[in-house]
Ligand binder design. Structure first.
Ligand code: NAP
Ligand code: F7E
Length: 323
């Protein structure tokens, strides 16, 4: 049988790299869309670069999206590309809307015109729940986004639902809660903490400056979450799913555990800095993944404690090797 072709936008990001590995293990032909830059950003996909195809395109550019889809003829498209850092969405709100919101419509339009049989996955986010209207949050919880990023993701979610209902596309939205790994971007709080612990342990830094330590997040492992993305596109009917662990922890808890992994007391090293507070905060996120378990058979395999330890040990090993 001919192998399936998957097109991944955002393949150079955290999730794109894990998803590419998963799909290769399932014998897919994997095509990754990257935007043109003067230096490449292939670090995360370096181990699989010789097994995937890279095509150049941009979420801002309708023509490139349509051409890529016409030329590569994917069976499945995973839209993981976005401006994904919440603080940047306040300093670049219009660009965030162009990438993270309108970019979704550009891809859906390309699919609709080239081949409406292509299955489409949209990377939606728990940030859409923002100022939460129910605890825990599930597929029926109303949205109340608290940042331009969250607002843009609500648009991306509803345009996916709308194209499914208007044009009968197999288009699904995965509402994923925070998921992390040693490949997480360095500015996100979990990676900032794991790298901070490593730098302090190795004598490279004395302090770690953070913002709001009381915010609560439902943190899982990215490697587990990309399996749910794939499962969503293998169903008979297109449906939206919440993907989460069902457990929540404060940023403070993450710090405590991360520092204790290296026998350090976080209170001696962590300082709060107003620069890292947000104009509007999402105080508490905790998802209910019951539908994903029931319909997809998906459950998270990595605990919070394993995740924290994995991230800290990876950063310590990486920085120690550079010393
Ligand atoms: P990430 O590491 O920030 O990766 C984002 C990717 O998007 C990168 O490959 C980036 O390319 C690409 N990109 C950005 N703007 C683009 C543009 N204009 N055209 C083409 N590509 C562009 O994000 P992630 O953590 O892997 O998350 C993947 C997706 O899931 C994102 O849509 C994010 O918003 C969403 N999400 C993430 C989480 C989470 O906890 N990680 C939770 C819910 C939803 P460059 O390498 O060139 O920058
Ligand atoms: O912040 C607090 C901060 O930037 C988590 C993205 O993947 O997940 C991510 O969005 C919490 C917030 O992730 C610092 O105020 C404290 O309450 O790691 P984060 P996020 O904003 O939750 C969702 C699901 C996405 O979709 C997004 O794309 O941590 N916090 N001190 C800090 N956060 C950062 N970044 N830096 C600090 O120093």
């Amino acid at each position: 049988m001919k192998p399936k072709t998957a097109l991944i936008t955002g393949i150079t990001g955290q999730d794109g790299s894990y998803l590419a590995e998963l799909l290769l293990s399932k014998d897919y032909r994997v095509v990754g869309m990257t935007r043109r830059t003067s230096t490449d950003s292939h670090d995360r996909i370096a181990p699989v670069l010789d097994r995937i195809e890279i095509v150049s395109g941009d979420l801002l550019d309708q023509h490139s999206m349509t051409t890529i889809i016409a030329e590569t003829q994917p069976d499945e498209v995973y839209n993981l590309a976005a401006q994904s850092f919440v603080p940047t969405s306040w300093t670049q709100p219009v660009l965030t809307g162009e990438f993270t919101a309108l970019g979704v419509t550009r891809i859906l339009e390309a699919i609709r015109h080239v081949n409406p049989k292509i299955r489409f996955y949209q990377a939606s986010s728990s940030e859409m729940f923002g100022k939460v209207q129910a605890v825990p949050q599930d597929e029926d919880t109303p949205f109340y986004p608290r940042s331009p990023y969250g607002v843009a993701k609500v648009y991306g979610h509803w345009i996916t639902v709308n194209y499914r209902e208007s044009f009968d596309l197999f288009a699904v939205s995965g509402i994923l809660f925070n998921h992390e790994s040693e490949r997480r971007g360095r500015e996100f709080v979990t990676r900032k903490i794991s790298e901070g612990v490593a730098r302090i342990k190795l004598g490279l830094d004395k302090k770690l400056k953070l913002g709001n330590l009381e915010a609560q997040r439902d943190w899982g492992f990215a490697g587990d979450y990309v399996k749910a993305m794939w499962l969503m596109l293998q169903q008979n009917e297109p449906q939206d799913f919440v993907i989460a662990t069902g457990r929540t922890h404060k940023v403070r808890d993450f710090c405590k555990l991360a520092f204790s992994t290296m026998d350090l007391d976080y209170e001696k090293f962590v300082e709060q800095d107003p620069r890292f507070y947000r104009p509007a905060e999402v105080d508490l996120l905790v998802g209910d993944p019951a539908k994903a378990k029931r319909v997809l058979g998906w459950v998270p395999e990595t605990s919070f404690e394993q995740l924290v330890e994995m991230m800290v040990r990876a950063d310590v090993a990486r920085l120690a090797a550079l010393k």
